[in-house]
Design a protein around this ligand. Sequence first.
Ligand code: ADP
Length: 488
Amino acid sequence: MAKQVEIKYTQLFIDNEFVDAVSGRKFSTINPANGEVIAEISEGDKADVDKAVDAAKRAFARNSKWRKMDPYDRGQLMHKLADLITRDLDYIATLETRDNGKTYASAVGDIEAGIACLRYYAGWCDKIQGNTIPTGDTYVTLTRREPIGVVGQIIPWNYPFLMLIWKWGPALATGCTLILKPAEQTPLTALYTAALAKEAGFPAGVINVIPGYGPTAGAAIAEHSEIHKVAFTGSTEVGHAIMAAAAKSNLKRVSLELGGKSPLVIFDDVDVKEAAEIAHDAIFVNHGQCCCAGSRTFVHSKIYDEFVKHAKQLALAKKVGDPFDSKIDQGPQIDQEQLNKIMDLINSGKQQGAVVEVGGNRIGETGYFVQPTIFSNVTDDMRIAKEEIFGPVQTILKFDTMDEVIERANRTNYGLASGIITKDINKALEFAQAIESGSVWVNCYDAITSQAPFGGFKQSGIGRELGEEGLNEYLEIKTISIKVTKNN
Ligand code: ADP
């Protein structure tokens, strides 16, 4: 089933070298399309994180090559890395599809989006400016915006390459040095991109990649007293643990991009077929494995039945199978654990009285495939309306008024994204002002670009990624005050 691809790197990347883990341990990375082992990967732990931190500290030391580098040249290095990723795009996308199970076309889309993001941040390197501040005649006061230093980055498995670039882009642009832990399910593209960073000419120790498990390698990063910032993308539950570890260790800065249960609200003045298409993509993209997935589809009662009919047609037309086959729309879920979680939630929906319009079952026994599933007659109290499913499951809820739908949409601890589909600009603006979420998409969904901030309200996160706000998460502000001595 899987396209063959040579696996070139399986060891930890520390100080520009591929090395075994101190413990000598390895773990398997699995092809989710068939459950087979792709490769044995060195398993990093605290001892390896310590080594990587030492390398990152040396790279960040005063007068190091990286610290002395002209910011323009730092930007050129990032562009060079983007060039090498472009050269090897097919190889990286193939690795990603093999390790993650997303379709090859969507892997290509992720790599292209990553290249654009890296180039966006490359452009920032020589534009990170401070201020001069009026403080009277006695002092000249100015600010410098300086890199935080050694940073740790922990990323999930759903967009392995793209999440790496979202993390590396601002860290490198600001001049930090970094230790990244990819998810244990998907280490391959991170290791390959580390090799490209060396080829591009990044000095030793600027970039370090430690594959391994969360409670060991991940926790060692979150607890490390010489890492001064941790950036995390993953579950809300682990986000709590990261913040607690940061508080207990050295008060390192924390940015978190966590879960969601994002509402997409569809009013009765729309082209119902078009709205159903937007809502379909909002939930089914990346097999539902998307933190900002439009996972609560609120549909006005006047068009509810017609909407469900179109949504069903779209789900029925979806082809599930080998992610390397260009006719396939949906590959496998990431692993057995996620499959079990999705099936448990689907079963809860059935038991709590939602109507299965389409799907509702696993496909076959090999690989982790799930039928595109649609539930209608969903009510707010059901688990499928409250918990993040992270699978190809659309839950369609009914509403009547703006006030009602805003209140229900906001009745969640999450607040990552939201959407509204309507022809009425006043409805769109009223919703955009009232909804508690970091992104609001009007007549579209997932309109994410490198230039615009992305992140969550409430328990969907702390801080923002992308845009200038994403850069600020990697900067300290230093105020310099210079006394003016008068000559007379
Ligand atoms: P998901 O539910 O999407 O797998 P997780 O939050 O479990 O998300 O994992 C996201 C990332 O966090 C992965 O790289 C994982 O290894 C890491 N991780 C999991 N547990 C911890 C932990 N206790 N400390 C630090 N990192 C962790």
